[in-house]
Design a protein around this ligand. Structure first.
Ligand code: AMP
Ligand code: GLY
Length: 423
């Protein structure tokens, strides 16, 4: 069996790592991959966003399955294009991926379906948006509609900040077409959690909960990032809440999409705010989370391929996922300066020593091989991950492994999972 994994981050290394352990022993290809995937798969020199080149490769090589990691190719219609060639793809169609690609579309679906979410209004005119913000007051949240590389959402403590965010998007066109419409959204207070589900168009199977750490510095200080670490399970999502979320978030959303003639297959990821009044959806993503995947897949018992195929075939059942009792923690090691400007090309030391720590695995994100050495090649460089009997042991092991790794300027948060440990 040949499988193509599209993407080159920590999420894709985790996918390749899990797929490599499958009892079907697939031959793996990763486009473009990184120095970590190179050990388990054949890296292809094709960017994850290059839909025509990916389709051309797939047409020539006929993989039995393609697993799409990032949102950009999904939103650009990679799944549809591969399906037109008669190929099997794990990942939603372009129409379904609008749940991530357009916050206006997602909000419209949520409101129509009665999914618990923040109140919001859509604006194309800056003056009208500003007037509305002045009426509501701060704190308030301004969101550019489209994909903006994680920079489109501003949580504003003051009205002035909100006005600036509106101007950036609607007047200065900082996000281009992705910011031609903004949502002005009610601020929700609480602890965040990520709940991902496998979906086959009709059936939903929740994956184990996780919590990301979006700010770059300890105690949730500093700018937002792609995610500086994660752990699973997340105790903020209690067992009693799971059936409620499954019904009110996933069930209602998929029913509304079906009404609109959209069959959603793949991973649907709900970013939730656990408020005093219950869970509220902050956003949907149309793919596995990064770094959530790095802590979810190591906890998955058994094979992943049957679950992915069941999503494609419409035969998904709860038995497709079983969880190890252990907790998992991922500490992201990033380049100095990230999420701002950062250097590339620094040699990474200690990877072997880190991987030798019991129950630890180092997922690569922004790395590449250069003259036989692993060097940094991105903002988020590694996801140093460990399992433990319970969360404290997993945290200790992950940081033990982090301690073995060094390169010039490396930075990481020292408080991954601290919220859960305090409970
Ligand atoms: P999003 O891309 O919509 O998930 O937003 C990015 C981050 O902004 C989220 O992870 C939250 O930390 C924050 N956020 C988004 N929407 C809200 C909201 N309505 N209230 C409070 N924080 C929010
Ligand atoms: N960890 C956040 C995301 O994958 O979007």
């Amino acid at each position: 069996m040949n499988i193509l994994v599209v993407g080159g981050g920590g999420r894709e290394h985790a996918l390749v790592w899990k797929l490599a352990q499958d009892s079907r022993k697939p031959r793996l290809f990763c486009a473009p991959g990184n120095a970590g995937t190179a050990e388990l798969a054949v890296n292809l020199p094709i960017a994850a966003e290059d839909v025509p080149a990916l389709v051309a490769w797939a047409k020539a090589n006929r993989p039995d399955l393609t697993v799409v990691g990032p949102e950009a190719p999904l939103c650009a219609g990679l799944t549809d294009a591969l399906q037109r060639e008669g190929l099997r793809v794990f990942g939603p169609s372009q129409a379904a991926a609008q749940m991530e690609g357009s916050k206006v579309f997602a909000k419209d679906v949520m409101v129509a379906a009665g999914v618990p979410t923040a109140q919001s209004r859509i604006f194309t005119d800056a003056a009208e948006a500003v007037a509305y913000v002045r009426q509501l007051g701060a704190p308030i949240v301004i969101k550019a509609e489209g994909l903006a590389a994680g920079k489109g959402v501003t949580v504003c403590a003051t009205v002035a900040q909100a006005e600036q965010a509106i101007r950036e998007s609607l007047v200065d066109h900082a996000f281009g077409a992705a910011g031609a419409r903004v949502l002005v959204e009610e601020f929700l207070d609480g602890e965040e959690a990520s709940l991902l589900a496998l979906v086959d168009g009709e059936h939903v199977v929740l994956l184990s909960s996780a919590q990301d750490h979006k700010r770059v510095f300890d105690n949730d200080q500093g700018p937002n990032t792609g995610g500086m670490g994660a752990y699973s399970p997340a105790p903020v999502v209690t067992a009693e809440m799971l059936p409620v979320i499954e019904r009110e978030v996933f069930g209602r959303t998929l029913a509304e999409l079906r009404k609109r003639g959209i069959v959603y297959k793949g991973v649907l990821y709900a970013g939730l705010m656990m408020t005093k009044a219950g869970p509220r959806v902050l956003e949907f993503n149309a793919r596995f989370g990064d770094p959530e995947t790095q802590v979810i897949l190591p906890r998955l018992e058994g094979d992943l391929i049957p679950a992915l195929e069941a999503c494609i075939d419409g035969t998904l059942a709860p038995g497709h996922v079983r969880w190890k009792p252990q907790a998992c923690v991922c500490v992201v090691m990033a380049a100095g300066g990230y999420p701002g400007a950062y250097a590339k090309g620094h040699e990474i030391q200690g990877l072997k020593q880190a991987a030798a720590v019991k129950d630890a695995v180092v997922f690569h994100a922004g790395t590449k091989l250069q003259d036989g050495k692993v060097v940094t090649a991105g903002g988020r460089v590694l996801g140093v991950t460990a399992l433990g009997a319970a969360l404290p042991a997993a945290v200790a092991r992950a940081y033990e492994a982090v301690g073995k790794i060094a390169w010039t300027g490396a930075q990481f948060r020292k408080d991954i999972a601290a919220r859960a440990l305090k409970r």
